[in-house]
Design a protein around this ligand. Structure first.
Ligand code: ZN
Length: 497
């Protein structure tokens, strides 16, 4: 008779290996000297190998399968068994020669991508992308997808449990047409927002204490977390008691440090709020990347771009040395919607259209409906149709993102799903708490954080993302909340109220 405790102890060791790798990864981006690169790769490779060999152990899988039949287990234990079975299935389903080929191909593909982008030469990357697509297809076939589904689903499930191309399309389609309409409306609006607030400079030394102050007020616990600096801000959680986040500073872009820090802080607050007594198990883990992203976007956008937040923050900017801190100017500068070519520089409205282009194109490539050589033309056509802009070259077109070269397919939609969840969750929070913005104006973010703790953070992965959404908001995920939020905010800024 298999014992739940034995299986849990075994999985605990796997999670220790995983969180140790993640810690080394964090160090690599923040502290590690460049000379340590080769040795770090060896350390990470060794830990990954150990973790993989534990995951594919047939005796352990057998134990899990027998526990899956045990109806005397608690609900939480059943969640853990189901999730452990899923990860062991995925690890065993992918033949080791395929795993090795995927890793090797991605390291070549990333180099080819870098060179191709620099030289603006898609032909240099094209054979590697072709190879990546065919290997990802083999991976999808090995893992499998449900009836009526497609290969994309098998890849996406790793990032967001239960996400399918069909479920993504269902919310993306109405979102796309309404966003395109909204952008048309804003383009012809009587007022174009004044963005001079963002043109001011602020010494980095003055930004740092300000950011720390903001994080403290939002509820980031510095006894259980660290904030560092990195080129690309990110957050890693190893345990609710050890959460690491980063931001970056630029004298001539002070706002970036704050929005990046608030974004990563949203991720960090989620990690710090996961159930401590379930740490290291699926029931205590974050609920997929879309829900994770909903937490970062909520603090960055719904909170950080609100008038209430600015009322509290602007006097502090002023003491830090910022000259122009007029509320309405700051508010409109932070709330513009302007179609552009580059995803990572896009505002919160047009960002979603950049994601849709990528989702649709990778889906077509995986289904064999778009040949890799035709990607640049298809990409440019989509940008014209959705954003009304035409990339002048592939470097600022289909070569701009690293993701596909790394083999990350099925990943992009989590960003926009995060935006959709954040708007829907925020509408529920407002309904239950009341006037959140007057609380922000007084520097009080506790009621919102507590609501997120109670309704989302403490739930770990005990429900699927789709079921969590229904439980929290009473509805399935819908595009309506994000659309309402954007329309209600942007129209007045553009003089269209
Ligand atoms: Zn994020």
């Amino acid at each position: 008779m298999a014992s739940y405790q034995d299986a849990a102890n075994y999985q605990h060791e796997i999670s220790l290996l995983g969180s140790t790798s993640a810690l080394l990864g964090w160090d690599q981006e923040t502290q590690m000297p460049s000379g340590a690169q080769a040795y770090r790769a060896e350390q990470l490779g060794y830990l990954t190998k150990l973790q993989h060999s534990m995951l594919i152990d047939e005796k352990h899988s057998e134990q899990l399968r027998s526990l899956a039949e045990d109806s005397s287990l608690s609900e939480i234990e059943q969640v853990n068994i189901k999730e452990w079975l899923k990860t062991t299935h995925r690890a065993s389903a992918i033949p080791s020669e395929l795993a090795v080929e995927l890793t090797e191909t991605s390291s070549h593909a990333m180099m080819a991508w870098q060179a191709a982008r620099k030289e603006n030469n898609f032909a240099e990357f094209s054979p590697w992308l072709q190879k990546t697509v065919s290997l990802k297809l083999r991976e999808a076939e090995a893992v499998g997808w449900t009836e009526h589904g497609e290969p994309w689903d098998a890849l996406a499930d790793e990032f967001d449990p239960g996400m399918t191309a069909e479920s993504v399309s269902r919310v993306f389609s109405p979102l796309r047409s309404e966003l395109v309409t909204l952008l048309d409306e804003l383009r012809g609006a009587p007022v174009q927002p004044d963005t001079s607030f963002l043109d001011q400079t602020l010494a980095v030394e003055n930004q740092k204490p300000l950011v720390r102050e903001f994080l403290q007020a939002l509820g980031f616990n510095f006894d259980r977390g660290v904030m560092a600096i990195s080129t690309h801000p990110f957050c890693s959680g190893f345990h609710p008691n050890d959460v690491r986040m980063t931001t970056r500073y630029d004298e001539s872009n002070f706002s970036d440090a704050v929005t990046s820090a608030m974004h990563e802080c949203g991720h960090a607050l989620y990690e710090q709020g996961l159930p401590l007594d379930q740490a290291g198990t699926p029931a205590g883990a974050y609920n997929g990347l879309s829900i994770h992203e909903s937490q970062s976007r909520l603090w960055e956008n719904q909170v950080g771009r609100s008038k209430g937040f600015l009322e509290w923050a602007l006097p502090q900017y002023k003491s830090a040395g910022l000259a122009n801190t007029e509320l309405n100017k700051a508010y409109s500068a932070l709330n513009i919607a302007q179609p552009s070519l580059i995803r990572v520089e896009a505002d919160e409205t047009t960002y979603n259209l950049h994601i849709m282009v990528r989702f649709e194109l990778e889906r077509l490539m995986l289904n064999g409906e778009l040949a890799v050589k035709d990607l640049p033309d298809a990409w440019n056509q989509q940008y014209r149709d959705y954003l009304g802009v035409t990339p002048p070259d592939d470097a600022s077109g289909c070569l701009q993102d690293v993701h596909w070269s790394m083999g990350a397919m099925g990943y992009f939609p989590t960003y926009t799903l995060g935006n959709l969840y954040s708007a829907q969750f925020y509408a529920s929070a407002k309904k239950s708490i009341g006037d959140l913005e007057s609380q922000y104006a007084a520097g009080d973010f506790k009621p919102l954080l507590q609501w997120l703790r109670d309704n989302i953070h403490s739930k770990g992965r005990q429900l699927s993302p789709a079921d969590l959404c229904k439980q929290v908001t009473g509805e399935e995920l819908s595009a309506d909340y994000l659309l309402d939020y954007l329309r209600n905010k942007l129209r007045p800024v553009y003089g269209l109220a």
